[in-house]
Design a protein around this ligand. Structure first.
Ligand SMILES: [Zn+2]
Length: 299
């Protein structure tokens, strides 16, 4: 190796140019768009995970055309859990409303528009952006404004009072660029809400490599330190930290728990479980509420 060549891939957050292989993963060339489903249950399956020697950030470089995978992905099971995801969205927005209870909301990685729909119902003017063509079509079928593509494809006429990045930053190859784009679209007194799994949570440590957030679609693994570092690098500062919970159909949770058993022990969920919704908080996700740092940028 050349003496001036950096050791390993360049960190996506601090760009220090030194990262070490932490865990060998699957061959990225074998991946297909449906491996990137939101509801994917291949827990423990990841790309090669590298750790930055400088800031400790964990990431999976070399995963190929991740954005292209999302554009082509089909995820019918996601729509099947729409009701529970709507409960989740309302709970999140109740938290957000303590910081910003009205105005324009942008949901980045909006899926089929569940949060946008909830925000509209709560009186925000809201729009989403989503790369998956199938999910954008589903949003349109519900008459919810979700624009195709990424933030790079948009030119909004004005900035937003709330920019939401709910379980999206761990899916993108340029998390810092995404945060900077979010900051650029955030009004001077707006709030940016960032939610991502916490790789240092107790749950993650207990489950080890079988933690449910270790999956192909997750190519960044943040903890409180690295997520805070990333938002600060994007010119934002953290004003509140919490651990959001989720709502799931009982049958969905049942089948997910089955993934932790050997194949011969797995059974299908009983039908009656379809009728129940379970609030679940494993305290293994982080929610950061952020504002522009220091001097307010001009609009
Ligand atoms: Zn780093």
């Amino acid at each position: 190796m050349n003496a001036i060549e950096p050791a390993g891939p360049t960190c996506w957050i601090c760009a220090c140019g030194g990262a070490s292989l932490k865990r060998r993963g699957v061959n990225a060339e074998s991946l297909k768009p449906d491996d990137f489903r939101i509801t994917d249950a291949g827990y423990g399956m990841t790309g090669d995970i590298y750790q930055c020697n400088h800031c400790g950030f964990l990431f999976c470089p070399g995963m190929g055309d991740v954005l292209g995978m999302y554009q082509q992905m089909n995820d019918p099971e996601y729509e099947a859990t729409r009701e529970e995801r709507a409960l989740q969205a309302h709970k999140l927005l109740a938290s957000v409303s303590k910081f910003k209870s009205a105005g324009a909301l942008l949901d980045v990685g909006a899926g089929s528009g569940i949060m946008v729909q909830a925000a509209l119902a709560r009186g925000y003017s809201a729009v989403g952006v989503e790369p998956s063509k199938q999910l954008v079509e589903q949003a349109r079928a519900h008459d919810i404004p979700v624009l195709p593509g990424t933030l790079d494809d948009q030119q909004f006429p004005s900035r937003f009072d709330v920019v939401a990045l709910v379980d999206v930053i761990e899916h993108v190859e340029q998390p810092l660029h995404l945060l900077r784009q979010a900051a650029a679209n955030l009004a001077p007194d707006g709030v940016c809400v960032v939610i991502s799994p916490d790789v240092d949570s107790l749950c993650a440590r207990l489950l080890g490599k079988r933690w449910w957030h270790y999956r192909i679609a997750h190519i960044s693994y943040f903890n409180r330190k690295t997520l805070t570092h990333a938002v600060q690098e994007a010119g934002l500062e953290v004003v509140a930290v919490s651990r959001p919970g989720w709502y799931f159909p009982a049958s969905y949770l049942f089948s997910r728990v089955m993934q932790y058993l050997p194949a011969f022990m797995r059974v299908r969920p009983p039908r009656f479980l379809d009728r129940f919704t379970v609030p679940l908080n494993l305290f293994d996700s982080l929610m950061l509420v952020c504002r522009h740092h220091g001097e307010q940028p001009r609009v």
